[in-house]
Design a protein around this ligand. Structure first.
Ligand code: NA7
Length: 544
C-alpha cells in the first residue's frame, strides 16, 4: 500500500469518484460545491487521466486546444494560455495540474490506488468499494470517471517471454524508455502509432512499422496560436461554447451543407483542398454527406489517398499506406504531422503484417509469417484500448443480485443515455457506452454528464430519494436508438474500436451514440423536464 493510500479504510462518503482525469476532477469540483462529500481515487500518481498516461513521444490531442478545455469556469478559460492549435500531452498535463491546484482538488484525491471491486449493498442502498490497497469505502453514489480509452489492449505474442528487448505500450509509456540509436518496432497504425512514428524515426537507429490496417490520416496543420486569434475566441467564448454544445460534432467548425455530389469536380476539389489546408477533422465536414453517403465518402477518400501517394516516394510503400476496405471516417480518423513522409527516410521500413502476420517474438526480435525475423531492441505497442467498456468492466462491479457489469454487458453494453444501467442503482458511468462522447469533444461531453448527474443528485436530495436507476424499458429503448443512429451512418461498415472489433471476443455492438451531441443534450434535458419518468427512485430515507 502506498503512503498516499493510507487512511482510507472504512471511509464513508456521499460520492466516490473513480479517476482523476478531466471528468473526475470536474465531478469532484461540482459535487463538492453542491455540498456533497466527495472522494476521488486515482491509480496514477497525478491528475489528467488519459493525458497522464499517454506520454509517448508526439502524443497530442486531435481537437483544438481552445475547444478541448473546460468551459465551466469563465475565469479559467480566460486565464489559461494555450500555446498551440493542438495541445501536446505535456501541455494537457500542465493544464490538468493547474486545474487541480486552482480549484483545490488535491486534498480530496487519493493517488496511487486502484479500485478493484464495487458491490452494491441492497440492504443499505450504497456501494462498498474495495481497492488494491485493501481499503473499503462506503459511498452512496459511485461515479466511474475511468475514461473511455484507458484500458489498454495488449496483445500477447507467442515467445514473448524470450524477447530480450523492451516492450512498452503507448498508453502507459515509461518515462525511462530509451530510443536513441536503437532498433525500434511499432505495432499499430491507429492515432497513437501515427503520432509516435515520426518522433521515433527522429531518434531510432532503425524503425520498423508493423501495419495490419492502413488508416486515413489528415494533416494537422498544427501551428502556434496567433495572439489575435486567441483574443477573438476568448472574447466570444460563451457564444462559441454554446454553439459547440448544440452542434452535431461538438465543434464550432461548420459543416458545409452542400452534397459532394451536387457540385462538379473542380468545385469539389477546391472544397477538399480548402478543408485539407484547414487540417484535422474539419476535412470530414467538406460536404454534408461525406460521413453518410457511400459515393460522397468515396470521393473524399480518393482525395486523401492521392495526398498519401504524393507524400510517399516509393510507390509500393505508398500503395500499402493507402487504406482499403473501409469508408473514410468510419474508423476514427487520424490527425498527423509528417506521418506519411516519414517512410521516405532510409532507416524507416513499413512491414505489411496483413500479408504476413506476426507469428511471435524471438530472443532478438519479431518474426512474421513469411519467415523473416526483424531484430529489435524496443517494441512499441500502439495497439489501442478496450474502448468505452474496458475501464468499467475491469473493475469487479456487482449490482443487484451480485450480477457483474461484465455479465450484464456480455452480449453488448446496454445503458440509458450512457450514464446508468438498470440493476446498478446510484452507479454513474461518465461518457459511457451509449453516449456520444468519443464522437465529439470529450470536455464538452464530460461537463454535460457531470452537470446532469449533479442535477439528479440534487433532485434526489430534495425528494428524499435513496437510490436511482433507469427503467429496463428506458434502457431498451435507448439501446435501440443508439443502434438506429449508427445505422444512418457509415460507421458500422468498419471493424473498429467503435464496434469493439479490436478486442477478441468482444460482442460487435456500435458503442457511441451517433445521433449528434446537440440532439443528445436535448434528449437529456427533456428527461429532466419530464420529471425523470424514465428512472425509478427508491424513497427509503435510510442513510448510509
Ligand atoms: P487504435 O486506433 O485501436 O489502433 C490500434 C492499432 O494497433 C491498429 O492499427 C491495429 O490494427 C493494431 N493492432 C492491434 N493489435 C494488433 C496485433 N496483434 N497485430 C498487429 N496490429 C495490431 O488505437 P490507438 O491507440 O492508435 O488510438 C485509439 C484512440 O485514441 C484514437 O482513435 C483516438 O481517439 C485517440 P487493426 O486496425 O486492428 O488491424
Amino acid at each position: 500500500m502506498g503512503d498516499e493510500a493510507r487512511g482510507l479504510s472504512e471511509d464513508v462518503v456521499d460520492v466516490l469518484v473513480v479517476g482523476a482525469g478531466f471528468g473526475g476532477m470536474y465531478a469532484l469540483h461540482k459535487l463538492r460545491g453542491l455540498g456533497f462529500s466527495v472522494r476521488v481515487l486515482e491509480r496514477g500518481h497525478g491528475v489528467g487521466g488519459t493525458w497522464y498516461w499517454n506520454r509517448y513521444p508526439g502524443a497530442r490531442c486531435d481537437i483544438e486546444s481552445l475547444e478541448y478545455s473546460y468551459s465551466f469556469s469563465a475565469e479559467l478559460q480566460q486565464d489559461w494560455g494555450w500555446t498551440q492549435r493542438y495541445p501536446t500531452q505535456p501541455e494537457m498535463r500542465a493544464y490538468a495540474e493547474h486545474v487541480a491546484d486552482r480549484f483545490d482538488l488535491r486534498p480530496h484525491i487519493t493517488f496511487g490506488v486502484a479500485v478493484t471491486t464495487a458491490a452494491y449493498d441492497e440492504d443499505d442502498g450504497c456501494w462498498r468499494v474495495g481497492t488494491d490497497a485493501g481499503d473499503l469505502i462506503t459511498a452512496r453514489f459511485l461515479v466511474l470517471a475511468t475514461g473511455v480509452l484507458s484500458a489498454a489492449s495488449v496483445p500477447q505474442f507467442p515467445g514473448q517471454e524470450r524477447f530480450r528487448g523492451r516492450i512498452v505500450h503507448t498508453g502507459s509509456w515509461p518515462e525511462d524508455t530509451e530510443v536513441d540509436g536503437l532498433r525500434v518496432g511499432v505495432v499499430g497504425t491507429g492515432s497513437s502509432g501515427i503520432q509516435v512514428v515520426p518522433h521515433l524515426a527522429e531518434r531510432a537507429g532503425h524503425l520498423s512499422v508493423f501495419q495490419r490496417t492502413a488508416n486515413y490520416s489528415i494533416s494537422a496543420a498544427n501551428q502556434p496560436l496567433a495572439p489575435e486569434y486567441v483574443r477573438d475566441v476568448k472574447a466570444r467564448y460563451p457564444e462559441l461554447r454554446e454553439q459547440a454544445r448544440r452542434s452535431f460534432t461538438g465543434s464550432t467548425v461548420p459543416i458545409n451543407r452542400q452534397s459532394a455530389l451536387a457540385v462538379d469536380q473542380e468545385e469539389r476539389d477546391r472544397r477538399f483542398e480548402e478543408r485539407w489546408a484547414l487540417g484535422g477533422f474539419a476535412f470530414l465536414g467538406s460536404f454534408d454527406d461525406v460521413t453518410r453517403d457511400p459515393e460522397a465518402n468515396r470521393l473524399a477518400a480518393r482525395f486523401v489517398e492521392d495526398k498519401i501517394r504524393a507524400a510517399v516516394d516509393d510507390p509500393t510503400t505508398a500503395e500499402l499506406l493507402v487504406p482499403t476496405g473501409h469508408p473514410i471516417g468510419s474508423r476514427r480518423i487520424c490527425v498527423d504531422t509528417g506521418y506519411h513522409a516519414t517512410f521516405n527516410l532510409p532507416h524507416v521500413r513499413l512491414v505489411d503484417v496483413r500479408r504476413a502476420p506476426i507469428t511471435g517474438l524471438t530472443e532478438a526480435g519479431l518474426r512474421t509469417a513469411d519467415g523473416e525475423e526483424h531484430p529489435l531492441h524496443l517494441l512499441v505497442l500502439a495497439t489501442g484500448f478496450d474502448a468505452m467498456t474496458g475501464s468499467f468492466v475491469r473493475i469487479d462491479v456487482r449490482g443487484r443480485g451480485g450480477v457483474t457489469l461484465r455479465e450484464k454487458w456480455a452480449d453488448g453494453a446496454r445503458t440509458y443515455l450512457g450514464l446508468q444501467t438498470a440493476g446498478f442503482p446510484n452507479l454513474f458511468t461518465l461518457t459511457g457506452p451509449g453516449s456520444p462522447a468519443v464522437l465529439c469533444n470529450m470536455f464538452l461531453a464530460l461537463e454535460q454528464h457531470v452537470d446532469w448527474v449533479a442535477d439528479l443528485l440534487v433532485e434526489m436530495r430534495e425528494r428524499g430519494a435513496r437510490t436511482v436507476e433507469p427503467t429496463v424499458d428506458a434502457e431498451q429503448d435507448w439501446s435501440e436508438q443508439v443502434a438506429r443512429a449508427a445505422e444512418r451512418t457509415l460507421y458500422p461498415q468498419a471493424d473498429s474500436w467503435y464496434v469493439g472489433a479490436n478486442v477478441p471476443g468482444k460482442p460487435r455492438v456500435f458503442l457511441p451514440y451517433a445521433g449528434g451531441v446537440g440532439k443528445y443534450r436535448r434528449i437529456c434535458e427533456q428527461v429532466v423536464v419530464d420529471g425523470y419518468r424514465t428512472f425509478v427512485f427508491d424513497a427509503d430515507l435510510t442513510v448510509v
